[in-house]
Every structure is written in structure tokens, then in C-alpha cells.
Design a protein around this ligand. Structure first.
Ligand SMILES: Cc1cc2nc3c(=O)[nH]c(=O)nc-3n(C[C@H](O)[C@H](O)[C@H](O)COP(=O)(O)O)c2cc1C
Length: 374
């Protein structure tokens, strides 16, 4: 097993990864309150998982308006940067490579999470449906809620947001991260600009696909200026719906996902970023990514391609051997198995994940999953 495709080293920008097993971004909602600050418990959690060849943090909001769920960490205040430094130091002590996932939820938020109780911001004033946010109802207590009606960003505000991404990237470097990943998936802000259903703008950020990809292009360029394109990744979640139920994903619909995302990937290729992360639909009976889409992505993108979504070690190996993927992320298996790479290498059994302790809470279901004892 040691010689399997997952355990071959890989080059990612300037980093030689010890294996191709990735800890994907996983929101766990355990930052310190008040202030949404990364803490010692989070440092322990990431350190436990540093057997991964490559790690990406949970989504971390780039500014106060970027938050859509209580207790998620931010990367815009001095305390937050200091908190993240604990995480990067703990991971680096184990020889790990870790990028910060820069997140802005846009309209997937609630007035109670917004500065001054204002409306969330979005490309257009269209409310997200079929998705819930998570709000605090008391210290340590919370509840799911409908997203609030957003207000449309002015053109000048969109340009300011591009600068907020660049600033968050500077903060990530200050916190000791090895690079950053832009969260452009799952119906959040960047995805809201890309989809014609959530973007009805009449300025240069709306209308044609070229215009709807402008925000993506500008933030990717601005962040590449800060961290270097070789330390930059972008995450998409293209959805190829086959049923009406699937068609609405986190409140977003994509009419022509193949064309939309191949064009989006071309934007990234022009900038020359290190990797593309593709999050596949991960619910039961979720639609598969079409083979020709995977191949077209490979054709237009020369960087590393990372896949996530219900992968087993065997399926991940096949993806690498077949040539359409370079790195494979394991989400829920990594939550429950801090020593996942070692377990895969040795064929050891996996702990099952407890869905009740995924978001929020203490060390229970977070840092207390046991490593395998032979
Ligand atoms: C608890 C949980 C939190 C997640 N948080 C994020 C996140 O912050 N950012 C993101 O891009 N994806 C997030 N995802 C998606 C995962 O990165 C991954 O794509 C997904 O879990 C599928 O992989 P799996 O089937 O191996 O779990 C999350 C998934 C789970 C289960």
C-alpha cells in the first residue's frame, strides 16, 4: 500500500508534498468568542491531522460581513491573525503545509451576524433559498435560520471587496500560512457573482459570462499579487444536476455548468495559479461530475487538480492513476481519523464520523477521535 498513488510525493508550487492526501476545508465552528478567534484547541486539531500532504483550513471570513454562521473564525483582526499563528506553528512543527481558505458568504448570512444588524451584501438583492445560516441564540447556543434579504453592492463597493481579499491574503501571510485558497464554491459570494440566477447586475460585474467572471478574475489577480500565484488555489463546486431537487444547491442554480466552469478555469489558467480544487456534490445519490468535464478541465488547466467528495482511498488512487486528479481530499474521514494517511497506508479500519459534533461545541468530536492503536 505504501507505494500506492496516494503516497507518491507531489509538487505544489514551491512545496514538495509528502503524499497526495489532503485535509480539505472543514468548518467546525469552534473559534473563541467574542471575536471569532482561532485558538489552542484548533491548533491541536490541525496538528493532529498534519500527516496530510496538504492542508486547507476551514473557511475563514475575510471581513465581518463575510460571516454566515456563528463561531466561524475570521482573518481580519489582529487577534484573529495571532490566533491563526498558533495553528500554523503547530502544523509547521510537524512538517505540514497549510493554506488558509478565504471566505465571504455574501447573501448567505443573517442580519444578526452582520455589523450593526445591517442586511448582508450580495451581487444583487435576491434572497438565498434552500439554504440555512446558523445564528447565535445565547452563549454557546444557536439555531439554524433563513438567510436575510441582502442588499446589492455598489460598483465601488465591489472594488473595495477585491482589496479586502488582498488584505486578508496579507493577513494570512502574517499568520504564517504557506498560501491561500479562495472559496469560490457552494453558493457563497464569488459563486453568487458567477451564477446568472444570483447576479442580475447591469455594471461590468454582471450580464455576460465574461462579466460574471470578472469578480473571480480580479480577486484572484489581487491575491496572486500578495501571496504569489504559486501559493494560490481556487475552489469551485460545479453541480451537474440531473433532478429538480439537485438543481438548487445552497440556493444556487447553474444553467450550463460545463461551459461556465471551463471558462472559469481558463481565467485561473491565465493567471497561472498553483491548483484548482473541485468539490464534488457529496450528499447521498448526488450527481456525478461528467467524465468529459473532468477531461476538459485537465485540458485547459496546467496546475494541480484536487478533488473531494465521497472519495475512498481506492477511488482516489484510481483518479490519480487515470490521470484526471493529482491530489485527493478526504473530509468526513479526516474529521473522524486524525491519523488518516497512516490508516490508509496500513489498511487499518476507520472510525465513523459523529454528525452531531461537526459544527460547534468542545473537544468532544473534535480533538478526541483516537488514533489507531494496533
Ligand atoms: C463539517 C463540514 C464542513 C465543511 N466546511 C467547508 C468549508 O468551510 N469550506 C469548503 O469549501 N467546504 C467545506 N466542506 C466540504 C468539504 O471540504 C468536502 O468537500 C466534503 O466534506 C466532501 O468530502 P467527503 O465526502 O470526503 O467528506 C465541509 C464539509 C463538512 C462535512
Amino acid at each position: 500500500m505504501q507505494q500506492s498513488a496516494l503516497f507518491k510525493t507531489a509538487q505544489l508550487g514551491p512545496y514538495t508534498l509528502k503524499n497526495r492526501i489532503v485535509l480539505p476545508p472543514l468548518t467546525r465552528s469552534r473559534s473563541s468568542q467574542p471575536g471569532n478567534i482561532a485558538n489552542d484547541l484548533m491548533a491541536t486539531y490541525y496538528q493532529q491531522r498534519s500527516g496530510a500532504g496538504f492542508m486547507v483550513t476551514e473557511g475563514t471570513q475575510i471581513e465581518p460581513r463575510g460571516q454566515g454562521y456563528a463561531w466561524t473564525p475570521g482573518i481580519h483582526s489582529a487577534q484573529q491573525i495571532a490566533g491563526w499563528r498558533k495553528v500554523t506553528e503547530a502544523v509547521h512543527a510537524e512538517g505540514g503545509v497549510i493554506f488558509a481558505q478565504l471566505w465571504h458568504v455574501g447573501r448567505v448570512s443573517h442580519t444578526s451576524l452582520q455589523p450593526g444588524g445591517q442586511a448582508p451584501v450580495a451581487p444583487s438583492a435576491i434572497r438565498a433559498d434552500s439554504v440555512k445560516v446558523f445564528i447565535e441564540t445565547g452563549p454557546g447556543a444557536g439555531a439554524l435560520a433563513e438567510p436575510s434579504m441582502p442588499r446589492e453592492l455598489t460598483t465601488a463597493e465591489v472594488k473595495e471587496l477585491v482589496q479586502l481579499y488582498a488584505q486578508a491574503a496579507r493577513n494570512a501571510l502574517e499568520a504564517g500560512f504557506d498560501g491561500v485558497e479562495l472559496h469560490c464554491a457552494n453558493g457563497y459570494l464569488v459563486n453568487q457573482f458567477i451564477s446568472a440566477h444570483s447576479n442580475r447586475r447591469s455594471d461590468e460585474y454582471g450580464g455576460s459570462l465574461h462579466n460574471r467572471l470578472r469578480f473571480l478574475r480580479e480577486i484572484t489577480e489581487a491575491v496572486a499579487e500578495v501571496v504569489g500565484k504559486e501559493r494560490l488555489g481556487v475552489r469551485f463546486a460545479p453541480l451537474f444536476a440531473t433532478t429538480d431537487e439537485d438543481r438548487v444547491y445552497l440556493g444556487l442554480v447553474e444553467e450550463d455548468p460545463h461551459r461556465t466552469y471551463v471558462e472559469a478555469v481558463k481565467v485561473l489558467e491565465q493567471i497561472g495559479i498553483a491548483y484548482l480544487s473541485l468539490a464534488e456534490a457529496d450528499w447521498d445519490n448526488a450527481p456525478e461530475l461528467p467524465e468529459n468535464f473532468r477531461q476538459d478541465v485537465r485540458k485547459v488547466f496546467s496546475g494541480r487538480i484536487l478533488y473531494a467528495g465521497k472519495y475512498t482511498a481506492e477511488r482516489g488512487e484510481r483518479a490519480i492513476e487515470a490521470g484526471w486528479g493529482d491530489l485527493i481530499a478526504f473530509g468526513r474521514p479526516f474529521i473522524a481519523n486524525p491519523d488518516l494517511p497512516e490508516r490508509i497506508a496500513n489498511g487499518w479500519p476507520l472510525n465513523p464520523v459523529d454528525p452531531h459534533t461537526m459544527y460547534g461545541g468542545t473537544e468532544q468530536g473534535y480533538t478526541d477521535y483516537p488514533a489507531y492503536r494496533a
